[in-house]
Structure formats: structure tokens, C-alpha cells
Design a protein around this ligand. Sequence first.
Ligand SMILES: [Ca+2]
Length: 451
Amino acid sequence: MAGLLRRAERSPFKLLLSMASLSVVYCYNIDLDHTIIFHGPNGSFFGYSVLEHSHDDTRWVLVGAPKADSKFSSSIKSPGSIYKCRVHSNPDRRCTELNIGRENHRGTPCGKTCKEDRDEEWMGVSLARQNKADGSVLACAHRWKNIYYESEYILPHGFCSILPPNLQANGKRLIPCYEEYKKKYGEEHGSCQAGIAGSFMERLSGRSIDPVLRMFGQSISGGVDMDKNGYHDLTIGAFMSDSVVLLRTRPVISVDVSILLPASINITTPQCHDGTQQVNCVNISVCFRFHGKHVPGEIGLMYSLIADIAKKEKGQQPRVFLVSSGETVAQISEKIRLSHLEEKCEQYLAHVKRRVKDVISPIVFETSYSLEEHIVGNEEKELPALKPILRWKKGQKIAQRNQKRLPSGTTAMPTNLMQCATYGVNTDRLTPHLLNFCSNAGSTHMSIIQR
Ligand SMILES: [Ca+2]
């Protein structure tokens, strides 16, 4: 631990980010390239506690600095303070001390047998909020003392303030361990003290956060969408370097891909010409669309269309070839740009090889894709839109094989090939087949059945 802290002092952010990257295993869509860092006074333990707060459409990072001086309590010795740091419209990442309406002299009455001593009270040792939007904030100082019986006893009751959601100075005071005329502690004292210093930490232990991260930034706060991109973000304190880091969450998008093929082709009259002779051919449409929350601008998608992938996977020659710039190829790679929910389709032509031996096994087209650039017009410099990532299901390839979109209630079987299906050839109802000897309507033909 000592070694860790020494390293932290030398290069606090590198260490913090390397630790944060450990947690990427769990939070794979946390962005580490556009961190927002707030700093506090040196040696103030700024970041000992942190809290994401939202009020009236404004987002704040609240930071406890329990060893700070307070400008609102200048005659008190380092009582600690709470800072508020605005997320938007704050290019300099400035934080200002919150006036929580405390007294500025020793011995202020706080009850019938209560006089407060705020010297080094550790205000900001813990911060918590009501679990709802626009909730109140609880800020505590566990070393606050009652000096009413000063000559006999000093009673370190601890003190909390309940701050209103608008963070104004008219909060409620709370001295949970104080009882009138009581000079000594009973058994219950331990638990009320724990409530002051430990409420936040108890809440933390319930979270499944990387233990290494917690060891470094003992404070962490989440659950609020700090940059309004539709996803909750994470704020981590690094009090040994008097800093707090806001890590934003990248949008997650899903891409819908459809590969559309005709219902069948009649091979008795080849429709295309390959330069030397007539060949059978098929038109293919590949359509793309993406959806996700709050993805402005356009995304670039790199994709490949592969013909007869099942044969290719077996190391065999494909039976159909895609036509690209006058050449026949087994695979085409291209790029497309899409905006949110906009569907774009590309048309391709494939030639069926002459004298195909295997006319039974299905012909499968596959499109694989990956995310390229994210283009946002009028880029906001302060909180730039984060590049989305593709939703990735465990064990799933980012690819789509041909399926036909059908009007609901219909079956996909082409009617003129029903008889072929009864031969038991077309068992895989989702893939097209090359078939022959389908004697339907008295003619022998070779077909691609599309399901
Ligand atoms: Ca967010």
C-alpha cells in the first residue's frame, strides 16, 4: 500500500487511469480518452468523498475535502469543506466551496448541553444523497466535538448537514449522537458514529467495483448521467492527489443488418453475361441501420460481404461470385456512413458458377462489420460526444447471415418450390439452396430458395 501511494504521488493520474483501465473489464464502455479532472487545494484531501449530483438540469460533482480550510469559517482551524464543480459550461474545471451555513466561532450553542468545536472536524469525510433525481445531500464531519462539558469531557459526537437539492445554505443540522445532559457514551454511541463516518462506505461495499480501484480512490460515485448522453457516468476521487476524475460512458449501439435475396431464380434462362457467355445471376441487397441512445452525427461502418461462406469455411471453392468493377470476387469490402435509425441499402450482383456440382447444400451470404469513425458536426470542445461502441454479446460474431424479412403471418417458402421441400432437402429453412430436379409445373430447373 505504501509503495502504491508513493507511486500515486509521483504520477497520480497515470496510476489512476491504469487502475481505471482495470475496471474496463467490467465497464467496457467507460471512456478513458476524455476524462474531466477537477483539482482542489493541496493537502486538503479533496476527493476523500465524491458525489454526483443533479438539480434543475445542472450536473455537479460534489467533493469532500475534509482537511481544507473554509472561507466561510475562517476563524476555525481546517474544518474541512465541500466543493461543487459544475460539469457543463466550466471549461477551466473550476470548483467553488459550498456555503453550508455553519457558524464561524468556537463554542456556538447547539442544544441545551451542547457547544460546538469545529476545529479539524473533517467536514466532507462522507457525502451521500437520496436515491432519486433532485435528492437532498448528506454531508458529515465525524470529528466534530461537543465541548459543553469541556473541563470534564470532550464529546466527539460528529455532525451532519442535510443540504437541500439546490445546495443553498439553509440545510438541516443533524447531531445523531447527541443527547441532552449526557456526559458519557452508552453502547449505542458506536453505531451512531459509524453512521456518520461510514454511511457512504457501507453503500460502496455493496457495489461490485474492482477492489484495486477502491483502495486507491476510496470514494466513487455513479448513477447520474453527467454529460446527458443517456448513460450513467462514474466519478472517482483521488484524495492523495487532491483530485477527482469524471469518467464518462460511451453510447452503445446495435446494428441491424439484412441480406435480401430474391425468392428464386429460374436457371433455364440465364439473365446475366460474364463477358464470354450467359450466366445465372442473383441480385443481393445488404441493408444497414443502427440504433442506440443519443448518438449524434454519423457513424462509419466497415463491412465485408462474403458469398457462399459455408464453402469458404470448409476451404472449398464458392459456387457464386460477387461482381465488383467487372471482376468476380468471393468477397467485397466497403464502407458506409449512417445516421441514427436511417436505413441504407447497397445492391450487389452475384454470378452462379457454371457446372456446379453441389446443388444441395445451402448458399449462405455473410456480412461482417466493424465500427469506424464517428462524425459529429459542430463538435462541442468541452464535452465532446463520445465515440459509440458496438453492442457485443458474449460468443457472438459481429456478423449477419442472410435472412429474409417477411410480412408477418406469411411463410417464407416460395410456393413453386413446395414440392422440393417435401423431398426433405430444404431442411434448414433460413438459408437459400441450390436445387435441381424440382419438377414443378413440368419443367426441370435449378433454383435458389430464399427463406
Ligand atoms: Ca453520460
